[in-house]
Design a protein around this ligand. Structure first.
Ligand code: FA5
Length: 345
């Protein structure tokens, strides 16, 4: 009997000392596990005489019941304590102000490029793509600028070899598209172009253009005018001035240059617009029959318009940036201001 009393005392003191649920589990294993002390007593009952078995069995079962209910009670108490502890340690104050973190955004030129393309895709133009490394044929000859043609001097070219060059405009994409597709077609081709030019506030040696081309039966200059007027209204707002000036490009006839009123000085004349109140935005015109011949389109049947606009110039007007070079200097002070100055978007 005293052995039972000692065992019960031991169990009780073990239970009291347990500080965590895992310590409690260790106690359960110590007494009630497969090789636990109480389990072994219960297992050895079979070897006892009937009288002893009843006596010892009663004691052992009583102790097991005591142990099981004490374990359950203690486990619940410890779990509650552990939960309270965890809640205390992991307390979250949802009223604290958030930790601010700066959000990045796309470069102003990339933003402008996508907005320009989006306006034209809404008008039904598809997006086309072409290589930056071009052959003389696509950049010049197929566009009705044969070797020795004086128009080659209009765009100072970076040549890699006699045949290969960095494209000076996005117009070669017109040729690639027309070689692949038959009319009717309507595409815009955004991309980077390269010119061996003196750099200043409104000229860069690497800049971006968006080329446009529409070919079908019965396309006229008024379609070109309507399309570009709609574009300018969407891009700069309804009240901005727009003018078409007669011009010359070997691959269009007639040709025009389109100026947009300078938004930096509201047309009164400033450094950016060279005092004229206007900024040249794009070149355009009706596709020259010689270009159609180069891609085996029938110039008697089809007509088309094309344009090539300067993305940096648009970005300057939109963001009120007076000097194109600022776009390439990666000065975060300028880059951070850009989204807040976006005029119409
Ligand atoms: C051309 O590049 C013609 N391919 C445009 C064209 C396409 C005409 C289709 C007819 C039909 P131009 O060299 O004028 O044209 O350039 C077009 C536009 O690019 C200019 O109006 C201007 O906005 C921009 N641009 C020209 N040179 C630079 C430069 N150095 N830096 C930044 N933008 C420029």
């Amino acid at each position: 009997m005293s052995d039972w009393a000692r065992l019960q005392e031991e169990v009780t003191s073990d239970l009291q000392q347990a500080r965590t649920t895992s310590e409690l589990e260790a106690i359960r294993v110590k007494y009630l596990g497969r090789k636990g002390r109480l389990t072994e007593v219960l297992r050895s009952l079979a070897k006892l005489s009937e009288g002893q078995r009843r006596l010892v069995g009663q004691e052992a079962n009583a102790l097991r019941d005591f142990l099981e209910s004490a374990l359950t009670a203690r486990r619940q108490a410890l779990r509650q304590k552990e939960l309270e502890q965890t809640l205390k340690e992991e307390r979250l104050d949802v009223t604290l102000p958030p930790i601010p973190f700066p959000l990045g955004h796309r470069h102003p030129i990339t933003q402008t490029l996508s907005e320009v393309v989006e306006i034209f895709t809404h008008m039904g133009f598809a997006i086309a793509d072409g290589p930056e490394l071009e052959t003389d044929y696509y950049n010049f000859t197929a566009l009705n600028i044969p070797p020795d043609h004086p128009a080659r001097d209009m765009q100072d070219t970076f040549y890699l070899t006699e045949e290969w060059l960095l494209r000076t405009h996005t117009s070669p994409v017109q040729i690639h598209v027309m070689e692949r597709q038959s009319p009717p077609l309507r595409i815009v081709a955004p991309g980077r172009v390269f010119r061996h030019e003196a750099i200043d506030a409104s000229h860069s040696a690497v800049f971006h253009q968006v080329e446009g081309l529409a070919v079908d039966e019965g396309i006229s200059f008024s379609d070109l005018k309507g399309t570009l007027s709609l574009f300018v209204r969407h891009c700069f707002g309804p009240s901005v001035g727009l003018r078409f000036r007669p011009s010359y490009f070997p691959f269009t006839e007639p040709s025009a240059e389109v100026d947009v009123q300078c938004l930096l000085c509201q047309g009164t004349g400033c450094r950016t617009c060279g005092g004229s109140g206007w900024i040249e935005m794009l070149g355009a015109g009706m596709v020259h029959p010689k270009v159609f011949e180069a891609v085996h389109y029938d110039p008697e049947r089809y007509t088309g318009f094309a344009f090539g606009l300067g993305v940096e110039r648009i970005a300057m007007l939109k963001f009120g940036v007076e000097d194109m070079r600022l776009f390439y200097e990666n000065d975060v002070r300028l880059l951070e201001q850009i989204p807040r100055r976006w005029a119409w978007g």
